[in-house]
Ligand binder design. Structure first.
Ligand code: PMP
Length: 471
């Protein structure tokens, strides 16, 4: 059955398939961290539906919530009508929101995917401000629909000004840490304030508190606060895309909590549906300028997804899984740092909570500069295209902010090695994602329920895979 299914699906499905190309498995059963294939093989799943499964596969509270709706005879599809199931979801969601937002928030149910919610958020700020321009960041990933794409990675659109996202490794300014973040913030200010930049007053700024598809790049807290001050001072709505970072993943219930900022708009999907498709936008109520029907969609709010989502949000909150993600994530990062010391091909290890990335590099290589593209775009297989360097804005005032000396060039990204590590992991029964702007980052997104023993097994297999791939 296993081989036949693989063969038929690869013959009939679109060339756009991604995960199925590199993970030739046929999952038939799953529980928690474990997936079992049609061939009887078992895997530890650190892909988790691209970060969707906060509680792992088929968690009992999620299954029970779904069963309860099914057994109750409640309708499964009612457009955007009011239901008890939706009432419970919205109540629990508002309970978790950052206080500054929860007290004056509206929630809008969108089409079922993260991209749908991104689309609604962009349209919302454009409608509310009457402006069209957007501020987005290098390496960003916001989805694959037309509007989400223009805000992602390298996609360039006259309406989108692309700003440098701060990072330590492969820092566009050649300096990481607080200095790099400061330069990135100053770049943003001068783009907004210097008429020579040619960027009109924008409708909004969209950012990920930790870039996921872009290669697991956590934004420094101080930079997040700067972006909040910069946008507040200029009445620019700030949109936090927490599609991947939300629901405890990074060690706070929402990743914006680390910096303490309150965004004007939050885009939520993935884990909020407890493994079923669900996406919402939450925003300050004074932005709620829609005419009825100005943004509609048949599948706004699947009842089963809302029930699974309520169960997930409640479980994460009551069992303090965000705190658990923070402590376990730090421990796992520390162990990966020792791996990096042992293997020169592990160029960088980074992350926040249980959103972890390990960048593979050519240990002998030399970039002779900034290490693989200055303003590279985001995403890879699941991302927004090739990692063609995207020119920084040709803007004298901001160019002046870039220092001449660029110390500590990272070594060249090694996408082939990352792919080899992924293959070796799979041979050892471990499923990991590969992403990043150079497709060189092995990513771990385990469920927040992963036990200490399971985390140790994951790291053992990963270390073993690196050792073999590096040979
Ligand atoms: N935003 C972010 C931050 C994401 O990581 C993703 C998906 N990886 C999306 C938006 C798009 O979500 P979807 O794939 O459900 O459309």
């Amino acid at each position: 059955a296993h081989e036949g299914i693989l063969r038929r699906q690869s013959a009939r499905e679109s060339a756009a398939r991604t995960y199925a190309r590199v993970l030739p498995i046929v999952p038939v059963r799953a529980r928690g961290l474990t997936i079992e294939g049609a061939d009887g093989r078992r895997y530890l799943d650190c892909l988790s539906g691209a970060g969707t499964l906060a509680l792992g596969h088929n968690h009992p509270v999620v299954l029970e919530a779904i069963r309860k709706v099914l057994d109750s005879g409640a309708p499964l599809h009612v457009l955007d009508l009011a239901t008890p199931v939706k009432d419970a979801f919205v109540t629990e969601l508002f309970r978790t929101l950052p206080r500054g937002l929860a007290d004056h928030a509206r929630v809008q149910f969108c089409g079922p995917a993260g991209s749908d919610a991104v689309e609604a958020a962009l349209k919302l700020v454009r409608t509310a401000t009457g402006r069209t321009g957007l501020l987005a960041f290098t390496g960003a990933y916001h989805g694959m629909t037309a509007g989400a794409l223009e805000a992602s990675g390298n996609a360039s659109d006259v309406r989108v000004a692309r700003l440098p996202f701060p990072q330590d490794y492969r820092c566009p300014f050649g300096v990481g840490g607080s200095r790099g973040a400061e330069l990135a913030a100053r770049w943003t200010e001068s783009v907004l304030d210097d008429p020579r930049s040619g960027v009109p007053h924008p409708a909004g700024m969209i950012l990920e508190p930790v870039q996921g598809e872009g290669g697991v790049i956590p934004a420094p807290d101080e930079w997040m606060r700067r972006m909040r001050r910069i946008t507040s001072a200029r009445s620019i709505p700030l949109i936090a895309d927490e599609v991947q970072t939300g629901v405890g993943r990074t060690g706070g219930f929402w990743a914006v909590e680390h910096s303490g900022i309150t965004p004007d708009v939050m885009v939520l999907s993935k884990a909020i549906g407890g493994s079923l498709p669900l996406a919402v936008v939450v925003y300050r109520d004074d932005l709620d300028v829609w005419e009825p029907g100005a943004h509609a969609g048949t599948f706004r709010g699947n009842q089963l997804a809302m029930a699974a989502g309520t169960a997930t949000l409640t479980y994460v909150r009551e069992n303090h899984l965000a705190e658990r993600a923070a402590t376990l994530g730090s421990r796992m990062l520390a162990q990966l740092h020792s791996l990096a010391r042992e293997f020169p091909c592990v160029g960088d290890v980074r992350g926040r909570g249980l959103m972890i990335g390990m960048e593979l590099v050519d240990a002998e290589g030399d970039c002779g500069g900034l290490g693989g593209g200055t303003f590279g775009g985001g995403g890879s297989r699941d991302g927004s295209g090739d990692s063609v360097g995207c020119e920084p804005l040709n803007h004298e005032a901001t160019q002046a902010a870039v220092p001449d000396s660029r110390p500590g060039s990272p070594r060249p990204a090694d996408p082939e090695l990352a792919a080899a590590v992924q293959r070796e992991c799979l041979r050892r029964g471990l499923i990991v994602e590969v992403g990043g702007r150079h497709a060189s980052v092995v990513r771990l997104l385990p469920p927040l329920t992963i036990s200490d023993e399971q985390a140790a097994a994951v790291l053992d297999r990963l270390a073993d895979a690196v050792e073999t791939a590096a040979r």
